[in-house]
Design a protein around this ligand. Structure first.
Ligand code: URA
Length: 435
């Protein structure tokens, strides 16, 4: 088999077989196929596309290019959750203890990632002492003992995807739905869960800006997951404004804790219940999503979900007192609140721009080497559709540097819009895909 022939086949609109895709991925991972040939192949796929079977086989080949985590010694149906990411997305922090409190074993691998704020791992490191650098043995033992563990992605998780994603990033071949779906799902399949619930974001702060693209991506990922024998569904959720009110790291952790204390913002609570219900049903702890939502709400009311978070933080070396006394968390020392000048309704919040405000404050990573300031962030007092009176607070910034604060404030002015009329309401949950 020669890579040259495979490139030609795809360039001419042919269909690659399982053997050809496996040859391509294994020889690319071990360095025998050079980047220039793989770039040509990615561009051929970009223009010619892949059918369902090709997409599944490419995903399986990438998933199997490194370690496939075996979670069979954890009792019960293991359910994983993945979000395509967005501004203020602290969902895993609240959702995983809620679901674990319902008796679903949650064994989750998370990343740091680049972006407006840190990833789940960075946010968890807001708890002093917390570590996600745990062995696979501790990871599995902890899930069996307390029902929840989160570890950093191992180096050998889908290495083919790591190499290929870096290549796509510099060859203008990222934004192809089949390639994105296989990239994300290869890591999920290698992470070993029996069932997967995906949160596919849509809107100005999402990777996929258009709803039709988000649905198409969701469908491809669900087909891959189910095709690989893992029960998979996808919730398509709004990211046209930040999720909840808090954007940053420590500030998002606090909002997640508030949520587990029964004081969460409506949109965030709705998303956690929707995703949580799918996880609880997939884990066979409830027969339908209404019963599952009721169960999840009970776990908040009784404090079991909050206790689960404390137990999890403690098991991974963190200080559980921060869970029960979140005032222990320290924000950056400059606090600045912006007040509204006019009366009106919040008509639009440019979500991506709000993310950039957080980045400007130092709350996110521009390159893999950037340091994150966990203590900075912003709190939106008003969301789209809210009424605003003159002199009411609109946003509070937490900054550690005046210059960075001013840059974020300047950017915010162009991102937050108040109009005289109430905007049409828009749904948080756009749909759920099961097949
Ligand atoms: N995230 C991924 O992991 N892969 C892609 O291709 C795009 C986003």
């Amino acid at each position: 088999m020669r890579m040259y022939d495979l490139i030609m086949k795809k360039r001419n609109g042919g269909t690659l077989t399982k053997e050809e895709l496996r040859f391509m991925i294994s020889h690319y991972t071990d360095g025998h196929i050079p980047d220039y040939q793989m770039s040509a192949m990615m561009m051929a796929i970009f223009f010619r596309g892949m059918n369902e079977e090709e997409t599944l086989q490419l995903t399986m080949a990438m998933a199997e290019s490194g370690d496939m985590l075996d979670l069979s010694d954890i009792n019960g149906i293991k359910v994983d959750k993945h979000s395509t990411g967005g501004v203020g997305d602290k969902t895993s922090l609240a959702l995983t203890p809620m679901v674990a409190a319902c008796g679903i074993p949650v064994a989750k691998m998370s990343g740091r990632g680049l972006g407006h704020t840190g990833g789940t791992i960075d946010k968890l490191e807001s708890f002093p002492g917390f570590s996600t650098s745990i062995s696979t043995e501790q990871f599995k033992r902890q899930v069996n003992e307390i029902g929840l563990a989160i570890m950093g992605q191992t180096k050998d998780l889908a290495p083919a995807d790591k190499k290929l994603y870096a290549l796509r990033d510099v060859t203008a071949t990222v934004d192809n739905i089949s390639l994105i779906a296989s990239s994300i799902m290869s890591k999920k399949l290698a992470s070993g869960a029996d069932a997967i619930v995906l949160d596919v974001k849509t809107g100005s702060g999402a990777f996929m800006k258009k709803e039709t693209d988000s649905f198409a991506l969701a469908k491809e990922m669900v087909k891959i997951g189910n095709g690989a024998g893992r029960k998979t569904c996808a919730v398509i959720s709004d990211m046209d404004q930040p999720l909840g009110n808090a954007v940053g790291n420590i500030i998002e952790v606090r909002e997640a804790i508030d949520t587990l204390m029964g004081k969460g913002p409506d949109d965030f609570v709705e998303l956690c219940l929707t995703l949580g219900a799918e996880m609880v049903v997939a884990g066979k702890k409830a027969s339908d999503s209404d019963a599952a939502k009721e169960m999840l709400l009970q776990k908040i009311k009784t404090g079991e979900a909050l206790n689960k978070l404390a137990c999890f933080v403690k098991a991974q070396g963190g200080d559980p007192r921060y869970v029960y006394e979140p005032d222990r968390f320290r924000y950056a020392n400059i606090t600045d609140t912006v007040f509204s000048q006019n009366e009106g309704w919040v008509s639009h919040i440019d979500c991506d721009e709000i993310g950039i405000c957080s980045l400007l404050l130092g709350g996110g990573r521009e390159t893999k080497e950037s340091e994150i300031d966990l203590s900075v962030g912003l709190y939106l007092h008003k969301k789209v559709g809210d009424h605003v009176n003159p002199k009411e607070p609109v946003v509070t910034f937490y900054a550690s540097d005046e210059k960075k604060l001013n840059a974020a404030k300047e950017r915010f002015q162009h991102a937050f819009h108040i109009s005289e009329s109430k905007p049409a309401s828009s749904k948080l949950i756009k749909g759920i895909i099961y097949e």
